[in-house]
Ligand binder design. Structure first.
Ligand code: GYE
Length: 308
C-alpha cells in the first residue's frame, strides 16, 4: 500500500478505529438498508462511526469529506453520488495520509492511487441480467416491436451509467427490442411515478416494457400505470434492480415481473477492510458483491429469506 500508516497502526491497537462515512442520501429502500448495515456493522466491530447524509448532492459530500480530513479520522469511506469531480478532495485526503474506501459507487479518476479499494456491485452486469431476462421473455411475446421505456437513476451516477450500458448492450442482440423513451427518475419513488406519467401521456398503449434502474422508481411507476387504467406486470412488463422487500411485495402482487439483485449489505465488509488497511494488510483494489436475479415466480418462496 502506498499510503503511509506506520506510526498510526501501533497506537490503534488500544484506540477504537474512527471511520468517517459520507452517505449519498436516503433516496431509496436500498439506501436505508445500506445505511443501517453500515451503522450496525460499525457498532458490532467497535468502530467509531462519523456519519453524514449528503441529500444526493455532491457538494455536501465534498464538505463532509473535508470535515473528516480536518477531524483526522483514521479512514474515510463514501458512496460517491456521481462519478466525476472527485480529484481535488481525494488529493486532499491523500496528502493528509487518510486512506479512502469507496463503497457501492465508483469514481472516475485517472489517478487510481487516490483510493485504496472499491467495494460494491458490478452494475454493468446487473444491466446485462435485466436485459437477458427480457430477451428470454421476448421469445413468448407476439411478433413486432417491443417498446421499452427506461427510468434512469441519478444523472452521472455509476449505477445509472452502468445499468443503462449493460442493458442496452444486451438487448441490441434482438432488433425487436427498442428503447422509445429514457429519462432520469433520480432513484426515487416520487420521480419514478412522475416520469412514468409523462411517458404514458406521450406513448400510451405503445409501451410494452418498463426498465427501471431501481425498485423504488419501478414502484412509483407501477402506481402511475395503474392510475392510467393499465395493469403493471401484464399490459406493461416491469423490470427493476435492487431486490428490496417492496419489490418482492410488488412481485407477489403480480405487478413487477423481475428484480435483479444488488446487495446494500456492505457494512461488515467495509469494517473488515478498514481494519485491514489500518493494520497495513494488502487489500484487493476491487471487491465485487455477489448477487442473483429474482423473477416473480420465485418471489413468495424467497420473501422470508430477504434481509433488506
Ligand atoms: O440501486 C438505488 C440507490 O448505488 C446501488 O442507489 C446504489 C443505488 C441503488 O438509490 O436504489
Amino acid at each position: 500500500l502506498a499510503i503511509g500508516l506506520s506510526a498510526a497502526s501501533n497506537a490503534l491497537a488500544d484506540k477504537p478505529l474512527v471511520i468517517g462515512f459520507a452517505q449519498v442520501g436516503a433516496e431509496s429502500e436500498w439506501r436505508s438498508a445500506n445505511t443501517a448495515s453500515i451503522k450496525d456493522a460499525a457498532s458490532k466491530a467497535g468502530v467509531t462511526l462519523k456519519f453524514s447524509d449528503a441529500q444526493q448532492k455532491q457538494e455536501n459530500q465534498i464538505k463532509a469529506i473535508r470535515s473528516y480530513i480536518a477531524q483526522k479520522v483514521d479512514v474515510i469511506a463514501f458512496s460517491p453520488v456521481v462519478e466525476s469531480g472527485w480529484d481535488t478532495v481525494l488529493k486532499e485526503a491523500k496528502s493528509a495520509k487518510i486512506p479512502v474506501i469507496l463503497t457501492d459507487r465508483a469514481v472516475n479518476v485517472t489517478d487510481k492511487s487516490l483510493y485504496v479499494t472499491f467495494i460494491g456491485s458490478d452494475f454493468v452486469e446487473e444491466g446485462h441480467r435485466a436485459g437477458r431476462w427480457l430477451l428470454e421473455r421476448s421469445k413468448t411475446m407476439p411478433a413486432g416491436d417491443i417498446n421499452i421505456v427506461e427510468l434512469q437513476g441519478t444523472v452521472g451516477s455509476a449505477p445509472a451509467i452502468d445499468r443503462k450500458a449493460g442493458f442496452e448492450k444486451e438487448i441490441a442482440t434482438n432488433p425487436r427490442l427498442k428503447i422509445i423513451r429514457s429519462q432520469t427518475g433520480d432513484f426515487t419513488r416520487a420521480k419514478g411515478k412522475e416520469v412514468m406519467e409523462a411517458f404514458l401521456k406521450a406513448e400510451g398503449k405503445k409501451i410494452n416494457v418498463l426498465y427501471a434502474h431501481n425498485d423504488d422508481m419501478a414502484i412509483g411507476a407501477i402506481q402511475a400505470i395503474e392510475e392510467a387504467g393499465l395493469k403493471p406486470g401484464k399490459d406493461i412488463l416491469v423490470i427493476s434492480v435492487d431486490g428490496v422487500k417492496g419489490a418482492f411485495e410488488a412481485m407477489m402482487a403480480g405487478k413487477l415481473n423481475v428484480t435483479v439483485e444488488c446487495s446494500p449489505l456492505l457494512g461488515p465488509q467495509l469494517m473488515q477492510v478498514a481494519k485491514d488497511i489500518v493494520a497495513g494488510k494488502a487489500v484487493p483494489k476491487r471487491i465485487t458483491t455477489l448477487e442473483g436475479v429474482f423473477p416473480a415466480e420465485v418471489a413468495a418462496n424467497e420473501f422470508p429469506n430477504r434481509k433488506y
